[in-house]
Write a protein that binds this ligand. Sequence first.
Ligand code: CA
Length: 246
Amino acid sequence: MNEARRESVRSGAASAPRILIAEDEPDLAVLLSYNLEAEGYVVDSVGRGDEAELRLAESPPDLVILDWMLPGVSGLEICRRLRARENTRMLPVIMVSARGAEAERVRGLLVGADDYIVKPFSVPELLARVRALLRRTRPERIADRLSAGDFNLDRETRCVRRGDRDIHLAPTEFRLLEFLLEKPGRVFTRNQLLDDIWGRAAEIDDRTVDVHIGRLRKKLSKGRERDPIRTVRSVGYAFDETYGKQ
Ligand code: CA
């Protein structure tokens, strides 16, 4: 595993798409992890169905690669349960299986998998399907650029501009803006921001979020420029969806 690269993905973009691999063949799991990380995804891998359920309940990733036959709980059953729960109903799932018969592919799709791929498969094909599925279901997660009103954020160059003005942000401020800009108008609680930007394990409190939002605001709006971040009292923050539309 390329640790340096993995680290750069994590510190570089908190919102690099996260993928959970549930696969009990260790060689295949390692091969997939390695290749997905090389593509810039943040990857978590488990070898049992019950472990996969725990991870999915803790914090749903952006996409799951789910082996049909898993010890503990089968991939098929996990998929069915994901579809039954409100917060994971739309979670992108690619089912992988050695079962290639038409009836079984259909069964996989009927329980709610978005795509179905038969083992053995080529890694480039799986990577292409992952990207296609994310493009369809989570376009904001893989876009190279995010924009709203006169704000433009470039993930590749890490540049933020407001109109013609370059805005220099510290890494945490950049990640906060990136996160808010993925869904203009959506209100995020302080806890959501803490989890997604600092990580669940970080020992910091809600006020840290307020402090960083305060700094971000100062840099985003100079003089009489309108403040694009909306505070929703006793809830959290949003990037104002009406921004730039008036
Ligand atoms: Ca298996």
